[in-house]
Design a protein around this ligand. Structure first.
Ligand code: BGC
Length: 922
């Protein structure tokens, strides 16, 4: 069995015990990457005490921060002296370098705060000041709004209307010092000023629980204005608000009117101020080029209807209609907290060919999300039709059936004036292939560019090893994440669904945190989870919850789905050291656990709500085998225990001793109820499935003396099948549990397996993303059930966390979250000769890389400043270890130590190369 990992108390002792010396005479010490609320210089922040973070860069070793000083001021210049600052902390004796709370004077709306920070290391040396950064508040009060909600007075169609356009001209009286736009809408908007887009954000204002929260974007538009006549133009689309959503083909789910709220605050160089707002002086038209716009179905764009200059001054809007003010309130407005969706990458097609059925097909070589930018030149009225598909069928034709009712079709009608370029506005497609018809002339490869669109989540992690198939798996996991992090964490990006399924989100959360910085992304989504939580605490199956909106059916409270309410904030807390997310979500977390507590009653067994169970687990047609179906009551009770356990820990972190004890006690009661109900005297579970054992072992539900036996049964099951049988809930836990309880060989066997069912089977079939089902494409080349067969579903990609944390060995320490204390515990195995992971933690980059060659292990660790790491050298006889070529005892700044019965190495920041004799791998 794997040893327990070091915990917080141990770490505190360590800090005192280790005193690291810098290796060079005067190592550099710099503060870089200053951030406010996870963003670089954000505009439109509404937190009253925003949190400031920075990273330390140094070529020294063992660098720790011992103190910091922050200054905040109304200008960059004023930062130069503490006396001209609005807030100066002076030297604060503290190691905190992430999430330091602003503690200056209360902030007003539209206020820009410049800030800078310097630090002292543990030798008392000071860094220079960081480059000044800033944040700017948004409109904090409903009363800050002078604008009125307006709507276009245009005739509306029934099917994804032509997109209404709204415009207004205005005068700028003189040189402008700064101009801010505060904008939102019901629907989606794209805004321009003087012919230029105001932002590169897409799908704004984003998808939230619209009837409870509506995000406002704040944009610096200073550079777009000029003295004299100016104009603003905004096009609106149905989007999630009013378009067709879900497989039920409903539209107008949130409302049936698109509305705009627009407020521009101009500050002139001479100190005067002016506001340009949405009001009845705006005009509207529905005769623009976007004729049909639907998330699922695509866009029809008629370039002949373009209105050149519509968002510039001097355009003749004589035929435009009025707008109406709607009188809608401003109470639901809130600042945008997550990253915007952007065009993040571009890829080129890898081929274009004629399919057997005669279709011309463009192949992007990658199942991607976004759209094709198309360049064409032809006579006016030529209609180019692009229909998007994820795969080719057995015969080699584009396969559309798994899209269900989503048409995924863009139509572009040329205006006939030379080369024209098209992109959709309020629609995205999930595809690798597109059929092209109507293209003028022979379509060439360079007519198409894949525009890859997702939330701006910076990639933070990478994993690679000596098995190229596993590397492809990792790439597929990352592509699956990119494609399904489009403002909300979706299940899939192509069929008539694309919803924030909570179960998928919780299963994948930890992997997501390795691949990218998703803290702000999840923070936003969790606010919607809370907003859409039912009054009794039940958590919806999808967030934002459009399944139960306007319906009597509640679509909520499924075990393993609803538990996202607890698991996702806890995961963000662990990975980013973000305590505030626990504070903010605590009421929601507790409401969920209390809901289940009431449902379970005195039995502590939760068996009376609908639950999806171990969704899409392995099944077969064998008449003696019913499939690896795990008792839903067992699953539900296991998740009940898990959420109670995590809630208790969260209460502990927040210093709520009463709740911590209450939910610890609940956890214990659920555990013993679980044991009475689902565990036999000899340690067998009532459901003899891999998922049942994985849940029970991962969530600590078995008595100490039955764990080994249970793990043996789990291993036996894996051996007898020779493969995994788990669904959405069991899959993330399977390899971690096998490995933790002494069956690493089987975990690696599962990872390396290439036949169905396995992670690598899709890779061998040419998959470029993760599939929803283990056999999305069957070994005989046919597709699984077209009603449920997405080829871009991230849930099974949850194996990613095991690659980073176990195979490569970067793990966090729950008691020192955010990777303040890093556990480096690589596990060579499975025939791999090397593996490497890199993770940009909130403190800086961590690298863990191992390589076996010539009977030796070469291990490289990189540890960022202001953190410390404990290395568990695999198979290591540390007496024979060399560090940077020198014997360990001469290494100086890394130290051998013991943790329980294991030899470990303690180290501080810097890059260190270890080597030791290592047994031949099987
Ligand atoms: C979605 C899933 C989701 C499930 C609920 C499906 O249609 O695509 O990923 O979790 O329904 O069981």
């Amino acid at each position: 069995m794997k040893p327990n990992r070091p915990t917080g108390i141990y770490f505190c002792l360590l800090i005192g015990f280790l005193s690291f010396s810098s290796s060079s005479a005067s190592p550099s010490l710099r503060v870089v990457d200053p951030r406010c609320e996870y963003s670089v210089n954000p505009v439109g922040v509404d937190a009253s005490r925003p949190r400031l973070s920075w990273r330390i860069e140094s070529n020294g070793r063992g660098v720790m921060q011992s103190a910091y000083e922050i200054r905040a001021a109304t200008s960059r210049k004023a930062l130069e002296s503490a006396s001209s600052c609005t807030w100066a902390t002076g030297r604060v004796q503290s190691g905190r370098s992430i999430h330091a709370e602003y503690g200056g004077p209360a902030l007003k709306s539209g206020e820009r705060v410049y800030w800078s920070v310097r630090i002292w290391d543990d030798g008392g040396r000071a860094s220079g000041w960081s480059v000044p950064a800033f944040w700017e508040t948004g409109l904090l009060e409903p009363s800050d709004w002078k604008a009125d909600w307006i709507t276009a007075c245009v005739k509306e169609d029934t099917f994804s209307n032509p997109c209404p356009m709204l415009r207004r001209e205005f005068a700028v009286q003189g040189p402008v010092r700064s101009a801010r736009l505060y904008i939102t809408c019901l629907g989606l908007y794209q805004a321009e000023i003087n012919g230029k887009p105001v932002t590169d954000a897409l799908f704004a204002p984003g998808w939230t629980a619209y009837n409870k929260r509506l995000q406002v974007q704040a944009v610096d538009v200073t550079s777009l204005l000029k003295p004299g006549r100016n104009a603003a133009g905004v096009m609106l689309g149905d989007g999630w608000y009013r378009g067709y959503m879900t497989w039920t083909k409903r539209n107008r789910i949130y409302g049936d009117r698109l509305e705009l709220l627009f407020q521009m605050h101009i500050r002139y160089a001479d100190g005067e101020e002016e506001w340009l707002v949405s009001d009845d002086a705006w005009k509207s038209s529905n005769r623009g080029p976007v004729r049909v716009s639907s998330m699922y179905n695509g866009e029809t764009y008629d370039a002949r209807m373009e209105m050149p200059g519509w968002s510039s001054p001097g355009f003749d809007d004589g035929r435009w209609e009025k707008v109406a003010q709607t009188g809608r309130g401003k109470d639901l407005l809130t600042a945008q907290t997550g990253p915007p969706v952007r065009r993040m990458e571009e890829i080129r097609p890898v081929g274009i060919f004629k399919a057997p059925n005669g279709d011309t097909v463009v192949d992007m070589g990658q199942n991607m999300v976004g759209w094709l930018r198309v360049k064409a030149c032809g006579p006016a009225g030529t209609e180019i039709v692009l229909r998007h598909a994820e795969a080719l069928d057995k015969d080699g034709n584009a396969y559309f059936e798994n899209l269900r009712s989503a048409l995924q079709t863009n139509r572009y009608i040329l205006k006939g004036s030379g080369t024209e370029t098209f992109e959709p506005h309020f629609s995205f497609q999930g595809f690798r292939y597109a059929t092209v018809s109507g293209f003028p002339g022979e379509p060439a490869l360079d007519a198409f560019t894949g525009v890859v669109v997702y939330s701006d989540i910076p990639q933070t992690g990478g994993f690679a090893c000596s098995n190229p198939l596993i590397n492809k798996l990792q790439q597929n996991i990352w592509w699956g994440q990119k494609g399904n992090f489009l403002d909300v964490p979706t299940d899939c990006p192509q069929r008539d669904e694309r919803l924030g399924w909570t179960g998928d989100a919780q299963a994948f959360a930890r992997t997501a945190c390795f691949n990218a910085d998703v803290a702000a992304f999840y923070s936003k989504w969790l606010q919607d989870l809370e907003a859409d939580q039912k009054e009794d605490g039940a958590v919806p199956h999808v967030v934002p919850d459009i399944l139960s909106l306007n319906k009597t059916n509640r679509s909520a409270a499924s075990a393993g789905w609803a538990d996202a309410a607890v698991i996702v904030p806890w995961t963000v807390y662990l990975c980013y050291g973000d305590k505030r997310i626990l504070e903010r979500q605590y009421a929601s977390m507790k409401a969920w656990v209390d809901y289940v507590r009431r449902r379970a009653g005195e039995k502590w067994i939760w068996n009376n709500d609908f639950t999806f169970g171990d969704w899409l687990m392995f099944h077969s047609d064998r008449s003696d085998y019913p499939g690896a179906s795990t008792d839903k009551d067992l699953i539900a009770t296991a998740y009940f225990a898990r959420s109670a356990d995590l809630l208790s820990r969260a209460a502990g972190v927040l210093g709520m001793a009463g709740d911590a004890a209450l939910y610890r006690d609940a956890y214990e009661k659920i555990r013993s109820a679980f044991q009475n109900e689902f565990v036999t005297g000899s340690g067998r579970l009532s459901s003899n499935t891999q998922t049942a054992y994985a849940l029970a072992l991962a969530f600590g539900l078995l008595p100490e003396d039955k764990r080994r036996e249970a793990a043996i049964r789990l291993a036996g099951d894996v051996r007898s099948f020779g493969h995994l049988t788990t669904g959405f809930l069991g899959t993330p836990l399977l390899c971690p549990v096998l490995a933790r309880f002494g069956h690493e060989d089987l975990a690696y066997m599962l990872l390396n397996r290439t036949e169905y069912p396995s992670w690598l089977y899709p890779v061998t079939r040419g998959a470029t993303t993760i599939w929803e089902r283990w056999d999305g494409v069957r070994p005989d080349g046919t597709f699984q059930d077209k009603g449920m067969n997405s080829l871009n579903h991230y849930a099974y990609g949850a194996i990613g966390e095991w690659l980073y944390s176990y195979v490569a060995g970067i793990e966090l320490d729950e008691a020192n979250p955010g990777y303040r204390h890093i556990i480096l515990q690589p596990h060579p195995g499975g025939g791999l000769t090397w593996a490497r992971a890199r993770l940009l933690t909130p403190y800086g980059p961590v690298v863990s890389e191992w390589k076996i060659a010539d009977g030796r292990m070469a291990y490289t660790a990189e540890v960022p400043p202001n953190t410390q790491a404990t290395l568990f050298p695999p198979g290591g006889d540390i007496r024979k270890m060399t560090v940077g070529g020198k014997p360990l005892e001469k290494a100086g700044d890394v130290r051998p130590s013991r943790y329980l019965d294991q030899d470990v190495i303690e180290m501080g920041s810097g890059r260190t190369v270890f080597s030791w004799p290592y047994g031949v791998q099987d």
